[in-house]
Design a protein around this ligand. Structure first.
Ligand SMILES: C[S@@+](CC[C@H](N)C(=O)[O-])C[C@H]1O[C@@H](n2cnc3c(N)ncnc32)[C@H](O)[C@@H]1O
Length: 211
């Protein structure tokens, strides 16, 4: 039973990252239709916010894999002018839109239902954020996707990546996650990076294209 359960979970995790868009969308919608992800509805005080506040410069933010609107509504409204959240899950976006209406930020926050791997932004941004969403980009697609979105950074714009290096198991670091952070260190100009000594070791990386 344990082996069957583990195999099903592995297959599901694999499809969430590697599946075709239609299947990923259905799976993510199912994830957000239940209560599994309710814990990210309130992430006030998260370690990524000081970085967003520092680099937003009262400008524009693109949030790839934005989820249920936590970043869009918890970030200090005075530090940014416009925010675009992209997510593959309509269920997550329904929550994001509702929360944005309730917080009175409809003039600032916009949401797009899309697989970010194929998304073409209509403008350039001060910040392009992957908050716990780069985890779901297959390793082989990390560099191509960052290069593609590099073209949509303003000249002094930055990528911000927040990524747990571990999981619920105390002290465990996942090499398939740290390999993505190593790739960023190798290929980009890292402005600042920090691994926080918090459960599951969240990392925040701020970087831009070299040159
Ligand atoms: C772990 S949740 C993180 C949500 C939010 N950014 C946060 O940190 O609280 C990952 C999010 O990425 C979205 N996602 C995963 N793969 C995606 C893809 N290929 N295109 C767009 N969104 C994706 C999921 O629907 C989900 O909302």
């Amino acid at each position: 039973m344990y082996i069957v359960d583990r195999t099903v979970r592995f297959a599901r995790g694999f499809m969430l990252s590697y599946g075709p868009t239609g299947i990923k969308k259905r799976l993510w919608d199912k994830e957000f239709s239940g209560t599994k992800w309710d814990f990210i509805d309130n992430t006030v005080g998260d370690c990524v916010y000081p970085y967003l506040e520092k680099y937003a410069k009262n400008g524009s933010i693109l949030d790839l894999g934005c989820g249920p609107g936590n970043t869009a509504n918890e970030l200090d409204a005075d530090v940014y002018q416009s925010y675009t959240g992209v997510d593959i899950s309509e269920a997550a976006l329904a929550k994001a839109v509702k929360r944005t209406r309730e917080s009175g930020r409809t003039g600032k926050n916009t949401f797009v239902n899309s697989d970010f791997l194929g998304y073409e932004p209509p403008q350039d941004f001060d910040i392009i954020l992957f908050r716990e969403s780069l985890y779901h980009v297959p390793y082989g697609q990390v560099l191509p996707i960052l290069k593609k979105f590099s073209k949509h950074l303003k000249s002094d714009g930055v990528f911000i990546v927040r990524l747990y290096a571990g999981d619920h198991r105390p002290g465990v670091i996942k090499t398939r996650v740290t390999a993505k952070l190593d790739l960023i260190r190798r290929e980009f100009a890292v402005i600042e990076s920090r691994q926080f000594d918090l459960p599951a070791f969240p990392n925040v990386f701020v970087f831009r294209p070299r040159g």
